[in-house]
Write a protein that binds this ligand. Structure first.
Ligand code: SF4
Ligand code: SF4
Ligand code: SF4
Length: 420
């Protein structure tokens, strides 16, 4: 019978879906993170759950031939990439590659599986074969989705010959691969360069806290707001107060959930020692944000956001080739791509994680948020200026300030030496 290690279990759900006796069920811990639980009365010790658990099957993902992530003889390729269509770029995370891939798959009659919020803001993996369905999957979501019944649905589609694009966190993608037990020609797996996830419980408490402050009901939330803040991101909330609808944009450094998430204060335990934060990818293609692009590829335009694309299989390469007329691409390498640290190391858990989660689940979201509040009017003004200025202006402004302060420091030290 499966022994569940709460420090390591990623909650991928493969064991739950694979159990023929329905003895493995989904439960939530006190912070509402998903874990499996085995009912010993029902379990007949068939061992199927252990067979599909990625943690018990050695190295996650597919076998690797080298430390640089080479798999089955295919050496991974790294690219900086962005959609040429400005509208796609604006409404998508990073360079908009997920949407373009999804659009192509649905246009060819395939099915796309990915995370979307339902009407009650429950993050769930859903199946779609339409552009409307794809819309909800766009943008990053710092919360773990429910994959109830999804792996079985993917297998049914694959057996029928439907082309399937499955997208999710690497642990979910690995759970799917182990559940299926074999590769299918019509399956494309696109994993995200994952910075960890929080639980649905934390997310709902955050929504409730924001609704109280706004004095209205939240109707939509996005953790990507390029319309207001360029590629720097930020949160966009649409809420209703009385009969009126309002739109509120918040820069990422001033959004409590984003700050707690980025600082590792509300993450799942397994995220702190995630085995998937490495160049050996689970997906045929891996997508994330290209970090520090200006240093890595000074000639590539960063306006609007740029994706880091890691191609790990010939299937992934063929997919990217199909998009050649819709994306701008710049070949890169592991050294430059590793500026996105999720390719080399897991996120760091905050040592105050338990404290923050306890505050959140004892009805004191305010106290947890307060630890990440931006203090000082000047800091607030600087953040708003940085986030509201167009990307080029803000970056140029930042560079000018840095150079100016270096110049002043230099003059001051010269003056002090002369005085001596
Ligand atoms: S050993 Fe078999 S019956 Fe028991 S929980 Fe695992 S899969 Fe289910
Ligand atoms: S299969 Fe996934 S959910 Fe089940 S124990 Fe293993 S890691 Fe946890
Ligand atoms: S950081 Fe790792 S364990 Fe956590 S959700 Fe992402 S892939 Fe899964």
């Amino acid at each position: 019978m499966l022994k569940i290690d709460h420090k390591q279990c990623t909650g991928c759900g493969a064991c739950i879906e694979a159990c023929p006796q329905l003895a493995a069920v989904k439960i939530r811990d006190r912070y509402k993170f998903i874990y499996p639980s085995i009912d010993p009365q029902r379990c007949d010790d068939c061992g199927r759950c252990e067979e599909v658990c990625p943690l018990l099957c050695g190295q996650p993902g597919k076998p690797s031939d080298g430390a640089d992530g080479a798999q089955d003889g295919f050496r991974p390729l790294y690219f900086a990439a962005k959609a040429r269509d400005r509208a796609v770029l604006t409404d998508s995370h990073a360079g908009g590659l997920f949407f373009l891939i999804g659009k192509r798959v649905t246009a060819q009659g395939g099915a796309v599986y990915g995370c979307a919020f339902d009407e009650n803001f429950h993050p769930r993996h859903i199946r779609t074969s339409s552009l409307t369905g794809l819309e909800g999957m766009r943008g990053c979501k710092p919360v773990q989705s429910d994959t109830d019944g999804i792996f079985a649905s993917v297998r049914a589609d694959l057996e029928k010959g439907v082309t399937v694009l499955f997208t999710g966190t690497p642990c979910q993608c690995d759970g799917l691969r182990h559940f299926l037990g074999k590769d299918y020609d019509n399956l494309i797996v696109a994993d995200m360069l994952c910075g960890g996830v929080t639980s649905e419980g934390v997310f709902h408490r955050y929504l409730h806290w924001r609704e109280q402050r706004l004095g209205g009901r939240i109707r939509d939330i996005r953790f990507e707001n390029k319309r207001a803040f360029g590629h720097s991101g930020g949160t966009r909330v649409i809420f209703r107060r009385g009969k009126l609808r309002y739109l509120l944009s918040t820069p990422a450094p001033m959004d409590s959930l984003m700050q707690m998430w980025k600082n590792g204060a509300i993450l799942r335990r397994s995220c702190g020692n995630c085995p998937y934060a490495c160049p050996e990818r689970v997906g045929d293609i891996s997508l994330g944000r290209f970090v520090n692009l200006r240093r890595a590829h000074p000639d590539f335009s960063y306006a609007g956001g740029v994706s880091l694309v890691v191609v790990s299989t010939p299937k992934g390469k063929a997919l990217l080739d199909e998009l050649a007329d819709e994306v701008d691409l710049a070949p890169s390498d592991l050294t430059r791509a590793s500026r996105n640290r999720r390719l080399t190391a897991p996120v760091r858990q905050s040592r105050y994680r338990k404290e923050r989660l306890d505050e959140i689940f004892s009805g004191r979201f305010d106290a947890a948020a307060d630890a990440f509040r931006v203090r000082g009017m000047l800091s607030r003004i600087m953040i708003w200026c940085r986030w509201l200025l167009p990307d080029r202006v803000a970056i140029g402004f930042g560079r000018a300030v840095r150079r100016g302060s270096a110049f002043l420091a230099d003059r001051m030290s010269l003056f002090a030496r002369k005085k001596k």
